[in-house]
Design a protein around this ligand. Structure first.
Ligand code: TNX
Length: 502
């Protein structure tokens, strides 16, 4: 029987001996943080957590020397030992242990096993768009908790877009005073206070997750104009924008009026006004001070309202502002060909799994500069795409609805010609929130496809492990249904997977 482990570990050996049996006498020993994490998982899954019994132990310990985020887990009849090379590795070993637990009659057991595991890529992210629909601190914390069970370690927050600005900044108070109250479809907006943002960052850190804040520029900036009209151009309304807005029955964007539609690519900051760069310096400067992680994302996607040369000039300057703050800029792949981009800028590729329209050229340009890429192939791991068989939720622009199988069937090392593992910082599964209003919407769109993304980021390359096939993934994911349910994750019960019921 295959063990329900996702993402697939680098090495799993099932041993022939008897399993470890949890009893009321089981002891948890070792690292207190890891013990607290395990207790919470055990309580959710089994209904109780071991007290301080005198019986066989589950020992959780730090043992330096291994690769970053790696762990080893051994279980037999006598004991379970999880040793992490660092706190993150130990946390991931504990997540694996929770996935191994299964019912045996009235008991809970851990099969006899030896696992050695380490991530393929250092960056394994999810993105949440809190601009199209605002999502509360509590919602974001729940998503962090659930994503971290899959060994994902970065949360990219898309904090601003045409529909709203979502982060309080003392340097620019009008952004939230005037630019935060709207959202798609006339729904309520909202924003994070500085303390709220810090709470998210701290909660993410407690789950070994880094927060990567994004302020999208120079397009996707309509809401900035509600606060600081002098910074923005008039909307550029292409035929496509007019036609699609009419088809959806939406109003066209108009400066000074909150935008509630879902068109993209009409807004732009003023490129030849120094006030724009003062603004970028204020915003990223204040954000740098609140963000312990190394990355600040400057956006750069779909700036269709900004002429190409102006766009190149803008992203070059703003990447320089971020680099001068001592942070590593991240930009969507469109920025790759800008001639004077800060050479540390990480690119985020959002083209298809089979690149079109030269998007791969733009992505390769970051690598030529000497930087790395984050891979987010839209028709595979854009978690906001509809399922072929799901609820009425999600968009379809990326090659139609996205099945779980399509989310799984791509390989980071062969996505973009000339981009090898060394050029890849990692993968990220974005979830844009045009249709996602609630935590349930977010989770239904994300799970189970987020598990396929996690496997692309963590597990050995396709072909390098017998576990890295759709059939294997399908069987392993099936076994996670009961764990996800016990954690309160409202996953889409996709008919592509034969879900275990217990
Ligand atoms: C594209 S791809 C976007 C977002 C939308 C999303 C909807 C990219 C970097 N930007 O502006 O929200 O599609 O799926």
């Amino acid at each position: 029987m295959s063990l329900a482990l996702v993402p697939a570990p680098s090495s799993v050996e099932q041993l022939s001996g008897a399993p470890f049996r949890l009893t009321e006498n089981t002891r948890l020993t070792g690292d207190p943080d890891a013990a607290a994490t395990l207790s919470a998982l055990l309580r959710a899954r089994t209904g109780s957590a071991p007290a301080d019994g005198g019986g066989p132990a589950i020992d959780l310990r730090l043992e330096s020397g291994g690769a970053a985020e790696s762990y080893r887990l051994t279980a037999d009849e006598a004991s379970v030992t999880v040793s992490g090379a660092d706190a993150a590795g130990l946390f991931y070993g504990v997540q694996t242990l929770a996935q191994l637990l299964r019912r045996d009659g009235d008991d809970w057991i851990v099969p006899a096993v030896r696992i050695d595991d380490a991530p393929r890529f250092p960056y394994r992210g999810v993105m949440l768009d809190v601009a199209r629909h605002f999502h509360s601190v509590e919602t974001v914390k729940a998503y962090i908790d659930h994503a971290a069970t899959l060994k994902l370690n970065a949360l990219h927050l898309h904090l601003s877009d045409d529909q709203g600005w979502r982060l309080q900044l003392h340097s620019r108070p009008k952004l939230t005073e005037l630019g935060s109250s709207s959202a798609v479809g006339g729904d309520a907006g909202g924003f994070y206070t500085k303390d709220g943002y810090r709470e998210i960052v701290a909660h993410a850190a407690s789950r070994h997750m880094l927060v990567v804040p994004e302020i999208d520029m120079p397009g996707h900036t309509h809401a900035i104009g509600l606060a600081y009209p002098e910074l923005v151009e008039e909307p550029v309304l292409s035929d496509l924008i007019r036609d699609s807005a009419a088809a959806r029955g939406e109003d066209l964007p108009e400066n000074g009026v909150p935008y509630q539609g879902i068109a993209v690519g009409f807004s732009s900051l003023r490129i030849y006004d120094e006030a724009t760069y003062d603004f970028a310096a204020d915003v990223f400067g204040e954000l740098a001070g609140m963000t312990p992680g190394p990355y600040l994302h400057l956006g750069g996607d779909e700036a269709l309202g900004t002429p190409d040369d102006d766009f190149a000039l803008f992203v070059s300057r703003v990447s320089g502002i971020i680099a001068d703050l001592g942070k590593t800029p991240v930009a969507w792949h469109e920025a790759g060909l800008a001639p004077d981009l800060a050479d540390t800028t990480v690119g985020q590729y959002w083209g298809y799994a089979t690149p079109t329209d030269g998007m791969d050229d733009k992505a390769r340009a970051f690598v030529r500069n000497g930087a790395q890429l984050i891979l987010s192939p839209a028709d595979a791991i854009y978690l906001d795409m509809a399922y072929p068989d799901g609820p009425d939720l999600g968009l379809t622009w990326a090659n139609g609805p996205t099945s779980v199988r399509r989310a799984y069937d791509w390989e980071p090392g062969s996505l973009i010609d000339g981009v090898d593992d060394d050029d890849i910082l990692g993968i990220e599964a974005p979830l844009w929130s045009e249709t996602a209003r609630t935590l349930a919407d977010i989770e239904t769109l994300a799970f189970p496809r987020i598990a396929a993304a996690a496997e692309a980021g963590w597990s050995p390359a396709t072909g390098a492990s017998e576990l890295r096939t759709w059939e294997s993934f399908r069987a392993r994911a099936a076994g996670l249904g009961p764990l996800w349910s016990s954690l309160g994750i409202r996953f889409h019960p996709s008919p592509e997977i034969d879900w275990a019921t217990e």
